[in-house]
Design a protein around this ligand. Structure first.
Ligand code: HEM
Length: 517
């Protein structure tokens, strides 16, 4: 070969590479080119990275569906679905869909799956079966009463903390920062249920092990990886994996992992020399009884602490903030509580029971409205289209496509919730005098239930979360008056796949006219 031909080889190779890359891009773009969406999203993951890191993810998801419709292309292989019925169909018990690539990022320890990250449907189903009865309180033999007892003791601890340190009086402000306290509360509830003893965040009134601080600072990295899940494989390799949390850490997620592992180790050792009848009755014991192996237990106890705390804390703080900023709603709820106490339908001295709370229509409306306006998980929960593809919202979608849930979008659909869907108005849940309204209410309930997902992916902790919500608002509002320390800057809050919040400063005062003291 003449020398000049040799010299052209690198150029030819380069051109070949570029052409192959461009052809691949073209093919990838063409696959879903018939589905509307922002131009950037059809070519690269940059659109998702940008919106997930914007701090206003939920708003973007809402506005993009308003602009482009119920099915929007948000990435080269990602679509966003804002059709509640399709989302239910995708998640239904017998649906051929599977968890998507999004879930790869949820693995805490490389190579070890947990209930959230398991994409193999058969294994996921089998693990869910082991977990389900413990979540219902059945395995432990304690049922609802046991779960309620654990929550009651942490509600009382929360009240004790307010009484000791955060009651403001005339001329003296003792501000309470609610975002951290709601995390303390939910972390203590979930640890008490899981291990039979609370971590003690409320007792110490402190971000133990810097868990909240480190969890919050890791969130942008997590949001980034969730937008580009395949990059997770690099994070799981040396040297990046050295930065992942480990159970030997003294702080952060790693410390919680270590605590969870410690409890499991301790319990499995104790099981060997436990006396008959001395078995604890917490969720860990229930999981052991249901046949979970060591690895499953360690993974799950950790996942449960995170899944059970961040979400419920967000629901409590957003709803309470909405109530404080909507005096008419606040007073309507307080009136309902006072009347129920006066009528003896809720106890004047004990923490409200779940059954009593369920009989308070305005409270139930407030809880639903809070979950609707600020769904605690804002995305993406992508599921993978099965072999043969699927027809979604009038479009053919090829197999392997990732379908994300638009949690914030479905909760603000005007066709479902009315023209004032973006307003916090619990009364919308109480309007059912006509047949038409009753039908609409049924549909609204179906949509708001999707905040906990559905079918084979339904949140395992839904019942626990609702127990917490049923108690906390009543116990706070019946005792105290709340006001914002800085009404012009009520909270610092950002949304990615979860909410991050800080600086929700409240003035808490004993109720002027607490009728039951
Ligand atoms: C208001 C509070 C909560 C909300 C809105 C919520 C929402 C959700 C959602 C949407 C999912 C499905 C996620 C997905 O597949 O992408 C989920 C799953 C899950 N949640 Fe919750 N959750 C809440 C509280 C809790 C609590 C208190 C616990 C534990 C005690 C918990 C444990 C779980 C677990 C273990 C899963 C995984 C289920 C599976 O993949 O099969 N959650 N949750």
């Amino acid at each position: 070969m003449p020398l000049s031909n040799w010299e052209t080889i690198p150029t030819t190779l380069f051109l070949l590479l570029i052409t192959t890359y461009l052809l691949r891009c073209l093919k990838s773009w063409h696959r879903l080119a018939h589905i509307p969406g922002p131009a950037l999203a059809s070519h690269s993951s940059l659109y998702l990275v940008r919106t997930l890191l914007s701090g206003k993810f939920h708003e973007h998801m809402r506005s993009i569906s308003e602009e482009y419709g119920p099915l929007v292309r948000i990435g080269p292989n990602e679509l966003l679905c804002t059709d509640p019925e399709t989302l239910r169909r995708i998640c239904a018990a017998r649906s051929p869909y599977t968890k998507g690539e999004f879930y790869e990022t949820g693995r805490v320890i490389p190579g070890h799956d947990n209930i959230v990250t398991l994409r193999d449907e058969t294994k996921h189903k089998a693990l869910r079966a082991k977990l389900s009865s413990a979540y219902a309180g059945r395995e432990s033999g304690r049922g609802n009463a046991g779960l309620e007892g654990d929550i009651n003791s942490q509600v009382k601890q929360f009240i004790r903390l307010i009484e000791e340190k955060y009651l403001s009086e005339d001329g003296e402000l003792r501000p309470l920062e609610l975002t951290s306290k709601t995390m303390f509360f939910t972390l203590d509830v979930i640890s008490e249920m899981s291990f039979g003893e609370a971590f003690g965040f409320l007792r110490e009134d402190k971000d133990l092990y810097q868990f909240i601080e480190i969890n919050d600072s890791a969130m942008p990295v997590m949001n980034f990886l969730l937008a580009v899940p395949w990059l997770t494989n690099f994070v799981y390799r040396w040297p990046l994996k050295l930065a992942l949390p480990r159970d030997g850490d003294n702080v952060g997620l790693g410390r919680l992992m270590g605590l969870a592992k410690g409890y499991v180790d301790d319990r499995l050792v104790r099981r060997d020399d436990a006396k008959p009848g001395s078995s604890p009755s917490d969720m860990l014991q229930a999981f052991i009884k249901s046949g979970m192996d060591y690895d499953e237990l360690v993974q799950h106890m950790f996942v449960q602490i995170v899944a059970g705390s961040v979400t419920t804390a967000a629901a409590i703080r957003h709803t309470l903030l909405a109530l404080i900023s909507s005096p008419a709603c606040y007073m309507a709820l307080r009136k309902e509580i006072d009347e129920a106490v006066a009528a003896g339908t809720i106890s004047a001295t004990e923490v409200i029971t779940d059954a009593e709370a369920q009989a308070l229509p305005y409270l139930q409306a407030v809880i639903k409205e809070g979950l609707r306006m600020w769904p605690p998980t804002t995305g993406l929960g992508s599921k993978q289209v099965p072999k043969g593809g699927d027809e979604i919202c009038g479009y053919f979608v090829p197999d392997g496509t990732q379908i994300a849930h638009n949690f914030s979008g479905i909760m603000c659909l005007e066709g479902v919730f009315g023209k004032d869907a973006k307003v916090f108005r619990p009364e919308r849940w109480l309007e059912s005098s006509s047949r038409e309204q009753a039908d609409r209410l049924k549909f609204m309930n179906m949509v708001v239930d999707l905040a906990f997902s559905h079918g084979k992916y339904l949140c395992l902790g839904k019942k626990i979360a609702l127990l917490e919500l049923n108690k906390i608002f009543v116990e706070l509002i019946r005792r105290y008056d709340f006001s914002l320390v800085d009404p012009h800057n009520p909270i610092k809050s950002t949304s990615g796949v979860f909410w991050l919040a800080s600086d929700l400063w409240l003035r808490v005062a004993r109720r002027q006219y607490f009728p039951h003291e």
